[in-house]
Design a protein around this ligand. Structure first.
Ligand code: GLY
Length: 287
């Protein structure tokens, strides 16, 4: 299964219409990898990489700029099997921070990188041949893929292993150096061996309730993913008054999503039959 969102927010109709096909494509790319027996990490990275590449979502190429006019990107990948994660924060000059985040997780003893060290990490990633650079700051996809708001996904592979990602250009009018929830373990994304979640919304508020860890804990304690997602958003609203969205999937093949924003383009593909569902708002959940 893969559940993918393109960001919760006050989407304008034309922007939503342009974003939804990219979320669908990202989900299809990720699902294809899962269907071929690939790992949840490969699927989650490839899916997120497409959303960074498409230019229609607030990540990678399409990321919004900070108040200084610079794109500073945050991204994280979480491996639910061993509770490991890789994060890069306020990255500039790198088009696919999700790949760099995975490199941090898999090839260094650390989990979070920021500042000048991120540039060194990028150089090391290229030097080790982990990813190839096609032009300055641009790395190619190793997965042969074709390439609002924060994007993210939760992927569950044939071994029922779970990975979650998040990638973003951050919130409007952010100050230089500001880092949101997306690269913060437990806030912007989280996964363990039974459930994974990824969030979108105002990072300062998502961090206050550690939204993804909270939602996964609800599922671990027995709630189904849909009820857990809804309860997580209710908690965020009651504690902070803010708006956000969250998507959840578990190792039993169940999923859930909730938002208290106008829209959150979301696609779920699951099972041997590749059953496909698309959601844009809470109203679609009732349909
Ligand atoms: N959720 C994205 C951010 O606050 O940066």
């Amino acid at each position: 299964m893969i559940i993918v969102h393109g960001g919760a927010g006050d989407w304008k109709q034309d922007k939503l219409a342009a974003a939804l096909p990219e979320v669908e494509k990202a989900a299809t790319i990720g699902f294809q990898i899962l269907r071929n027996g690939g790992s949840c990490l490969d699927a989650a990275e490839a899916c997120t990489l497409h959303m960074e590449e498409c230019g229609k979502l607030n990540a990678g190429v399409g990321a919004r700029s900070n108040l200084d006019g610079v794109q500073e990107l945050d991204a994280m990948i979480v491996d639910g099997v061993n509770l490991k994660s890789g994060s890069v924060m306020a990255v500039t000059g790198v088009r696919h921070p999700i790949s760099l985040a995975r490199f941090a997780m898999e090839k260094t003893p650390h989990s979070q990188f920021a500042g000048e060290g991120v540039k060194k990490l990028y150089e090391r990633m290229l030097a080790e041949g982990y990813r190839k650079e096609t032009s300055p700051g641009v790395t190619s996809s190793p997965f042969h893929s074709q390439g609002g708001d924060t994007v993210g996904c939760v992927a569950v592979d044939v071994h029922a292993h779970i990975a979650a990602t998040s990638s973003t250009g951050g919130i409007p009018d952010k100050m230089a150096g500001r880092v949101g929830d997306s690269p913060i373990f437990g806030a912007g994304a989280y996964a363990d061996d039974t459930c994974g979640a990824t969030a979108t919304g105002w990072g300062e508020h998502i961090i206050r309730v550690l939204l993804c860890k909270t939602v996964v804990s609800y599922v671990d304690d027995g709630l189904d993913p849909q009820a857990a997602a809804s309860r997580g958003i209710d908690l965020l609203k009651s504690k902070t008054g803010s708006q956000a969205g969250v998507v959840v999937a578990d190792s039993a093949g169940r999923y859930g999503l909730a938002m208290n924003t106008k829209a959150m383009p979301t696609v779920v593909i699951c099972g041997k039959s590749a059953s496909f569902r698309r959601f844009t708002s809470t109203a679609d959940l009732q349909a």
